[in-house]
Design a binder for this molecule. Structure first.
Ligand code: SF4
Length: 84
């Protein structure tokens, strides 16, 4: 039994739809910017140094993976498009 089936059994959303606390906190503090993704925001920073990772420059950043950010996450209310 995989995770998706397990979640469906308990009436929970698929695991890929569950967001971590760090982005949920941004949504609670700043609201959401529907229709946009973090990866299109000027505060989304990509790093490449042997491996690749990303961070949101508007929140806490550490050297660990606990503050890594995903381009696919729904944007918060502080979203500013890279195209502006
Ligand atoms: S939309 Fe921008 S400021 Fe908001 S969480 Fe995503 S990267 Fe950070």
């Amino acid at each position: 039994m995989d995770n998706i089936v397990t979640f469906e059994l308990f009436g929970l959303p698929p695991i890929e739809d569950v967001l971590p606390d760090r982005i949920e906190t941004m949504h609670k503090v700043f609201g959401k910017n529907d229709g946009n993704k973090c990866g299109d925001c000027i505060y989304f920073v990509r790093y490449k140094q042997g491996s690749r990772w990303s961070k949101c420059s508007l929140t806490v950043q550490t050297g660990g993976t606990g503050t890594d950010w995903r381009a696919t996450w729904p944007a918060c209310g502080r979203f500013v498009s890279k195209d502006e």
